[in-house]
Design a protein around this ligand. Sequence first.
Ligand code: BDP
Length: 696
Amino acid sequence: QKDYKLWLQYDKKTDAELVSKYLSNVQGIVSLGNAETSKIASNELQLGLQNMLGKKFEIKAKIDLDKTVIIGSKALLSAEIQKEIGNFDQINEEGFIIKTIFLKGKNQIVITGKKEVGVLYGVYNFLRLIQTNKNIKNLNIVDSPKTNIRILNHWDNLDRTVERGYAGFSLWNWQKLPDFIDQRYIDYARANASIGINGTVLTNVNANALILTSQYLEKVEALANVFRPYGIKVYLTARFSAPIEIGGLKTADPKDADVANWWKNKAKEIYKRIPDFGGFLVKANSEGQPGPQNYGRDHVDGANMLADAVAPFGGVIMWRAFVYSEHDANDRAKQAYAEFVTYDGKFKDNVIVQVKNGAIDFQPREPFHPMFGAMPKTPLMMEFQITQEYLGFSTHLVFLPKLFQEVLASDTYQKGKGTTVAKVIDGSLTKTKLTGIAGVSNIGNDLNWTGHPFAQANWYGFGRLAWNPELDSEVIADEWLRCTFSNDENFIKPVAAMMIESREAVVNYMTPLGLHHIMDTGHHYGPGPWVSNLSRPEWNPVYYHKADKNGIGFDRSKTGTNATAQYAPEVAKIFSTLETCPEKDLLWFHHVSWDYKLKNGQTLWNGLALKYQEGVNQVKNMQDVWNKSAKYVDEDRFKEVQMLLEIQYKEAKWWRDACLLYFQQYSGKELPAGVEKPTQTLDYFQSLKFPFAPGN
Ligand code: BDP
């Protein structure tokens, strides 16, 4: 099954000239190590080379031939080879060097690193060169990951349902573990290692304490054993009230000695089983989850107590900043910042605060979260959502690296121009040692892992950006297409352009010009700008768009909630006036009259309507591009994507029509020329119910 193989297709190259070029550089494999990781690396190299070049490659332990690929960590290299490689200080503990050297009259390619895992990453990188038809002559590649924790967050429940999961059930089969090791666990680890992901949180942030019982820990240990040789550490979510629920204590107060002790012992028990256990991810006092505030304590108290428990073993606490708070009840966008920034510098060294990319919640477009750069004494890690909760589930083709890149490249100005979010994340701004990026996984047990064949690109791209937060999304699209489908330029060019455009398309047909959170509530499937009956005001779409007779949008400028003041003055200045605010963020920061003139001379109403139409047109265009790709793609994946694009097109029209009919009640204006007339009424759209939508 091709789509199970993800970006590791290793298709046989059909261009004979190219194959002979490669073969003139590689004739054999020498693997110096015999640790498990070394074996994985050499087997992968063998598999890749054999499949792509159509020739048998043996794995040897000794260098005798010319033109071999020699793999092994620094300690395994002869002094002579080490000298040829040069300075290992150029790379960090997980980095690698790939270098063509001249040794005893022979040309060899050496793939090395300080550790075996670096060698493994180097092997995947080397194979990717061949996968993408790159030159492998005279190589000298020196590369290291820019962040330490490159991690997937699985929102997987113990009953195998996945919160916001659109690709089937959880991969983790708790019932059959620890004795039954599904091949899928190995394939999962391999796929992650191939893009440099080095951690996985197995369980949902809305946590279940049972995962911390010995009955489950035995199963977690089995998974950790599978993942370890791939350089992947296991982490768990810690339910703050676990000492009560499974420990029999009366309280979970972080200042209570028995509670702190309970966690210390729990950590000891976990590390006895899993010596390289990564640590805990915690969602506390958010959306009903228990936390330190239940006992009159704060986030620092809670995080530091857990940090003390795992510190002796080298564990970390990833403490989430996704909170609502009593502060600034009139603007949810301000709350996390208001609550957390005062804690700057107060967390223990092994705590990293995990912040969503924007201040609301994984919308198709959000300005970067103002917390980035605003806590210079605290390590902050990024949380992206790879699963498409608010972006059409796994039925819409949306290339998320474009969104991720937009956030990472945003300038916080916290230490002057050029202090981008990427520089906060990689620690270069704050000089913190602990750095990281988390992605809420889009993986399930569907045959193709992610529900949509193109959603694989979002997993891939997340990993590549976690490795290097400054990587260009166009490079990622190009790489992924070549590794996954074909190197044919006639295919790559239009399809890569389609991927890049897909992000703007979804913004246009769902939430153009800075609109946000107008999805139908609960499941977030489809449009629901009219919803106003939920118990918390900030769960209601009407809270976010604030459409009325005068206009539309959320005034977060000085005349409104003044959320713009949470940004550095340079950024605040840009966002706070109508003239300077980028139009893509207009309604995020301003309530704007329907007659307001946009930069292109259109009124806001006309411009908004035309954006919705543009989104629909973009999907139509995506369909046209894909339909021309049939000859480059296997039939199964071609048809799958074709059917999915048809759904996306239907749903894009649904979004356009439902939103425009609804907002039209307030604008009182006709749809401009160029916008297709809706074929249904607003009543019809409002009457739709979705018992089948995941997450109901
Ligand atoms: C929201 C999701 C909810 C998550 C929550 C979180 O709707 O399912 O539990 O975020 O991140 O986006 O904690």
